[in-house]
Design a protein around this ligand. Structure first.
Ligand code: FES
Length: 99
């Protein structure tokens, strides 16, 4: 079990191991999409690259980056993830809509 802390929103939620980061954010009313992503996101299939979040603590508690992330995040800092591709297995701190 791990807490997911959404830093900008100042909200901490409890997640079971194996929880999907995008799903947990949406379930808890955390907005992870910028305008374009809100309208055009792929629904969590790793195809749009709009669900980018920054992990400021607990990167080691997440699943390893997927192929989709390697593709979309090639030029981004190493602590950026696609929320829909990220499985949470322990405490993490997340910044939504980085940049
Ligand atoms: S929601 Fe489309 S890549 Fe994550």
């Amino acid at each position: 079990m791990g807490n997911i802390k959404f830093v900008k929103e100042n909200k901490e939620i409890i997640a079971a191991d194996g929880a999907n980061l995008r799903q947990k954010a949406l379930e808890n009313g955390i907005d992870i999409y910028k305008l374009w992503g809100k309208m055009m996101n792929c629904g969590g299939y790793g195809q749009c690259g709009t669900c980018i979040v920054e992990i400021i603590e607990g990167r080691e508690n997440l699943s390893p980056p997927t192929q989709a992330e390697n593709r979309f995040l090639k030029k981004k800092p190493a602590n950026y993830r696609l929320a829909c591709q990220t499985v949470v297995n322990g405490p993490v701190s997340v910044v939504t809509k980085p940049e």
